[in-house]
Design a protein around this ligand. Structure first.
Ligand SMILES: C[S@@+](CC[C@H](N)C(=O)[O-])C[C@H]1O[C@@H](n2cnc3c(N)ncnc32)[C@H](O)[C@@H]1O
Length: 527
């Protein structure tokens, strides 16, 4: 499936067939027969005379008056499940109007939006397990309640997630596994995380996505694997492996993991993980590199769209730059930049220590040509943020939905003071480089790879480019206004990606530059 990327036209109310709120209560339209992203012309093979070339397809005008029902979610769970809020025009989330207007106000008139894959896009899902062993419910909460909606035919899930959920359901019943009871804190199985790897080099590239394999993590309600119920856990894991593993007809399971969690709060995972069956390492291929993702590390839900975003992002990072990747997870963004843009250095900062192992595995598979000084720091990016900003040409920030911590916004505001510090330290040469906090922290809790240039020898630089990747539009708006208010940064470019079709969220890639805003070349006025 290919994706279509186009500049977003101004808001045209007529292109919205019905408001979403009323749609949520309506029954459904026929299944899609043709989608914007899969449409292709058929050709005859019996024609003897050469045919004239086909006329070029008309430009895609998404403001056209008739929305396509082919871009409808068409999911039987829509009315009850809280996962999707948006039933029609999946290719054009309603929020786009606000996005386009906002960005235009701040100087970006060439915003583009990539429609990405509209169904079967979700390669990572965390689902609650409730109900009973004879009637398990595996799904999401109903809006505003603690009732779980079973979603066996979810249209957002990669189809193999749904197939793995079905297998799990059978296993729960066969081995009398008790789903978790929230009020009492009893039961065996609390949640399941399903993560799909779509990277299987033994298959032709075109078949890899649909043949994705699922890493299943069973979140078990016990302190560890020695509890009274572990026999059931083993039986359930073996059942999944026997019926879904490589020797089964289905072959959709990649591996089975257990996570142990007894806390009564609503945090899904506990601290204890156990690999049970299948391959331990889970590989994906995005942004031009192989990346390892342990079940405990953050992974993007929409693999395809993330790959598209990374390839766009690469273009904004000059070759040989030094990059700070804040809120880095397993360092996927920073490492793909190290490979694609031959970065001088890449510094990843991430609060979750569990991501470190995945980062190290990814490093081992980087092409031999990568010659960057790469570090990964287990630290809070909002504490002493200056120390993470100094010595980088490009800052990449990819915070959680709530957006940036105030301290980081302030540091970005005051970035000029870094410049002054750098200049004065270069002049006086009196400050010992080793005293810089990030170097010290690097020694305590970090990984350093490719130390051909020690940080002390890297020429000092001050960030000129800030790339903000956001999955939370409302928080992005606030952060953006705040960043621009100091007139230290200006907004140069922005792109949107349909990371979460069916919802009101999109992923935004915004590029800020330092210094006074350059006038964009426009039409010259006639004198
Ligand atoms: C949206 S994810 C992005 C991860 C990574 N960039 C990727 O694309 O795989 C946000 C990440 O920020 C991390 N995080 C949250 N708060 C943080 C903080 N204060 N300092 C550093 N990392 C943080 C989370 O653990 C998570 O891995």
């Amino acid at each position: 499936m290919t994706t279509i990327c186009y500049p977003v036209p101004p808001f045209t109310p007529s292109c919205i067939r019905q408001p979403t709120s009323s749609l949520r209560r309506q029954s459904h339209s026929p299944p899609p027969s043709l989608s914007l992203s899969t449409a292709h012309a058929t050709t005859s093979t019996t024609t003897l005379l050469p045919l004239p070339p086909p006329p070029p397809p008309p430009p895609l005008d998404i403001s056209a008056t008739e929305p396509t029902l082919t871009c409808a979610l068409n999911c039987s769970h829509f009315q009850s499940c809280s996962g999707c809020t948006h039933e029609f025009n999946l290719h054009r989330p309603i929020i786009l109007d606000d996005v386009t207007n906002f960005l235009r106000r701040y100087g970006v008139s060439d915003f583009t939006f990539d429609t990405c894959k509209l169904w079967g896009w979700r390669c990572r899902a965390k689902l609650a397990v409730r109900g009973s062993s004879t009637n398990p419910l595996i799904g999401l909460y109903e809006e505003g309640t603690h009732n779980i909606v079973d979603i066996p035919q979810c249209k957002a899930h990669h189809p193999n997630i749904n197939a793995a959920v079905e297998l799990l359901r059978q296993g729960i019943t066969e081995f009398n596994v008790e789903p978790y009871v929230e009020d009492e804190g009893t039961g065996d199985l609390r949640y399941v995380q399903m993560a799909v790897t779509t990277y299987n080099t033994s298959l032709p590239a075109a078949e890899r996505y649909k043949n994705g394999k699922v890493q299943v993590t069973l979140v078990w309600n016990s302190r560890n694997e020695n509890s009274a119920s572990s026999e059931k856990l083993n039986s359930l894991a073996n059942f999944l492996w026997k019926n879904g593993g490589p020797r089964s007809k289905l072959h959709l399971i990649h591996s089975v993991w257990a996570n142990f969690q007894t806390s009564t709060n609503n945090i899904i995972f506990g601290n204890r993980w156990r690999h049970m069956l299948g391959e331990r390492d889970f590989w994906e291929h995005v942004g031009g590199i192989d990346v390892s993702l342990a079940p405990s590390s953050f992974g993007q839900a929409n693999t395809r769209a993330f790959d598209t975003l990374l390839r766009k992002l690469h273009k904004y990072v000059p070759y040989g730059s030094s990059v700070a990747d804040l809120y880095a997870g397993a360092g996927v963004i920073g490492l793909s930049l190290a490979a694609a843009r031959k970065c001088r250095s890449v510094k990843c900062v991430e609060i979750n220590k569990e991501s470190k192992a995945s980062f190290e595995k990814t490093i081992d598979r980087l092409p031999a040509t990568v010659d960057s000084n790469i570090t990964w720091h287990n630290a809070d990016a909002s504490k002493d943020p200056f120390s993470w900003l100094v010595d980088s040409d490009v800052i990449v920030i990819d915070p959680p939905r709530k957006g940036l911590d105030v301290s980081l916004v302030e540091a970005l505001h005051n970035i000029s003071s870094i410049e002054r510090r750098v200049i004065s330290s270069e002049r006086s040469n009196s400050v010992k480089e080793e005293k810089r906090p990030w170097v010290l922290r690097a020694k305590e809790a970090s990984v350093q790879i490719g130390s051909k240039q020690s940080p002390e020898n890297i020429p000092q630089s001050v960030p000129q480019t800030l790339i903000y990747i956001s999955c939370g539009w409302e928080s992005f708006k606030e952060d953006c206004k705040s960043l621009l208010s100091g007139k230290v940064w200006y907004l140069d470019k922005a792109h949107g990606f349909n990371f979460f079709p069916g919802t009101q969220s999109i992923e935004v890639l915004a590029v800020f530059k330092r210094g006074p805003q350059k006038k964009k070349a426009g039409k010259k006025k006639k004198k």
